[in-house]
Design a protein. Structure first.
Length: 356
């Protein structure tokens, strides 16, 4: 006699959803007993752009009208409950982790002269990517392989993947199954989500010249992420200031888009970006500076980050101000001098210490 061996459950926080799922679980358990035990091994998640479905891939399950009816009920509950998402969950045959995973270029956007934001659809399933190889913190650098060419030190301009991306994967790994059943090895789930890379033509022409639809490989991320815990106590550090320049602008963007913040100030060595307005609406004050205009029209500040700091009218208390410094190595001494003169203690400063 076959038994109910595995059942995948997507469980958002909605109380109505949980109530409906519990009702379906009871039906599955009771109908399995009535049918003499139905083999339900083939249940798999399939979530794609807001359409969350569970499909039966087992031949025996497909032949059972009772099981098909329950699967249909689950689809209806999930379709009505889950919001649209930008990630996708699919079943794959491969089980186990690998260091390199295929990625597809989804979009290429010119953000400045000689600088592009390249969006990849990347693998981020916890079943496929080891935790130590995953993108977990702003400031980590990506490795990209294009054919035989290996590129390292590629800055990520989007925040680490949301926990929602791996929610179905983690529920499946946890292996919730009805009482009296046996937990067996199952299929593996792939989770795809977008990640933005900050690319300059000077650093890599091959990466810079990628087009939508091109395929590359994404490898382990470097362990260069920022540890922001020393300044995360908003009751202690009510003002947060980020200085960003060069590749550090990508890191600053990843920090800003991680979650909604409180009050803050962002000082950038970049002329403009469409997202600055969004950051301002989060009550983050954004100020930009360029080292030279190169003959182009520019009505902003020209100089260095020190010039920008001197020109700005920000009000702050040095003892309640946290600072994140995301600048290239050649600018760090300038920042140390600036912050020392501002009276901000070293213990309240987090520096992205990457040699680039």
């Amino acid at each position: 006699m076959a038994t109910v061996q595995s059942l995948g459950i997507v469980a958002p926080s909605s109380a109505a959803f949980r109530k409906n799922v519990r009702g379906v679980e009871k039906q599955v358990s009771s109908r399995a007993r009535v049918c003499g035990g139905v083999d339900y091994r083939g249940v798999a998640f399939q979530v794609q752009r807001g359409v969350s479905r569970i499909s039966a891939v087992s031949t025996e399950a497909a032949e059972s009208s009772d099981v098909a009816e329950l699967v249909k009920a689950r689809r209806a509950v999930q379709d009505q409950t889950l919001d649209g998402q930008i990630f996708s969950i699919t079943e794959i045959d491969t089980v186990g982790t690998k260091e390199w995973h295929p990625a597809v270029v989804a979009n290429v956007q010119e953000v400045a002269t000689g600088t592009r934001c390249i969006t990849l659809t990347a693998e981020c399933s916890r079943e496929q990517v080891k935790l130590e190889h995953a993108y977990m913190k702003a400031g980590q650098l990506a490795q990209v392989r294009i054919g035989e060419e290996l590129l390292t030190g590629v800055a990520c301009a989007s925040p680490p993947f949301s926990e929602e991306v791996n929610a179905p994967v983690l529920y499946k790994i946890r292996g919730d199954i009805p009482a009296g059943t046996t937990k067996l090895p199952q299929y593996s789930l792939a989770a795809k989500a977008p990640i933005d890379l900050h690319v300059t033509e000077a650093d890599s022409a091959s990466l810079y010249n990628l087009k939508a639809g091109d395929e590359v490989e994404l490898g382990p991320f470097s362990q260069t992420g920022l540890d922001l815990r020393p300044i995360l106590f908003l009751t202690r550090y009510s003002t947060q200031i980020i200085f960003a320049q060069g590749k550090g602008i990508a890191v600053a963007r990843a920090i800003m888009e991680c979650r909604d913040g409180d009050n803050g100030s962002l000082n950038l060595g970049l002329r403009e970006d469409d997202r600055y307005g969004l950051w301002e609406r989060k009550r983050a004050k954004v100020r930009t500076v360029v080292e030279s205009t190169d003959g182009e029209n520019w009505d902003g500040i020209v100089g260095t980050l020190s010039t920008l700091w001197d020109e700005d009218d920000i009000e702050y208390d040095p003892m309640t101000t946290g600072v994140v410094v995301c600048v290239e190595s050649s600018k760090r001494e300038e920042m140390r001098t600036l912050l020392a003169e501002a009276g901000i203690p070293d213990g309240q400063i987090v520096t992205w210490s990457v040699e680039i």
